[in-house]
Design a protein around this ligand. Sequence first.
Ligand code: PGA
Length: 229
Amino acid sequence: MKIIAANWKMDGSKELIDNLAISLSDLKLVFNFIFCPPFTLIDYSIQKFASFAKIGAQDCSVFENGPHTGDISCSRLADIGCSFVIIGHSERRKSGDYDSAIKTKIENAQKAGINQIVCVGEDLNTYESGKTLDFLSQQIKVLKSVLNNNTVIAYEPIWAIGTGKIPILKEIEKIHNFIEKETGLTVIYGGSVTLNNYIDILSIKSVGGVLVGGESLKIERFSKMLYTW
Ligand code: PGA
């Protein structure tokens, strides 16, 4: 089954989770559904979605334990039943998550038994200068030693996130083939995935799933995505 992962970022509420639970209640999901709400909604999501979704966090602490006020460690996430964590999202990299921190977070997740969605992706400048594969190769190289069988790679071109722009399908195919070859792992695509384009994207063999931001907050459209394939 291909993956559909939802990234609610800082949005969402208990009410929206209730609405999503209602609209999915009598549907047979045709995807492996991974739901990543803000930390504060993880516990509630587990109560509501446990029977048909895996619940993920959007980040984790670089520390395994200790006095780090405000941080949430992977073992705390595992304790409440979280089974995935997004690591290295470009929005986290922008606020200071460097390669060494990303590597440590992957290791911490692995130790706590949490699967990881590790994000890679180039910015517009890199894309326009035709250096995407070189850039990705470098990004993967520094993480390679910690990637493991419980890692899924999310290819998210930064210029496609929240912009309504996506690479042409041939480009997505080429890049996914490349990442798959480099890592041997499942590669999902993220960046402006919607109800209108997700089937085309998922039809590419080397696309193992999609990571959906904005569209996953539109309950009616997102529910349709989860049971139409
Ligand atoms: P988007 O976000 O679907 O709103 O472009 C995707 C992401 O940031 O993971």
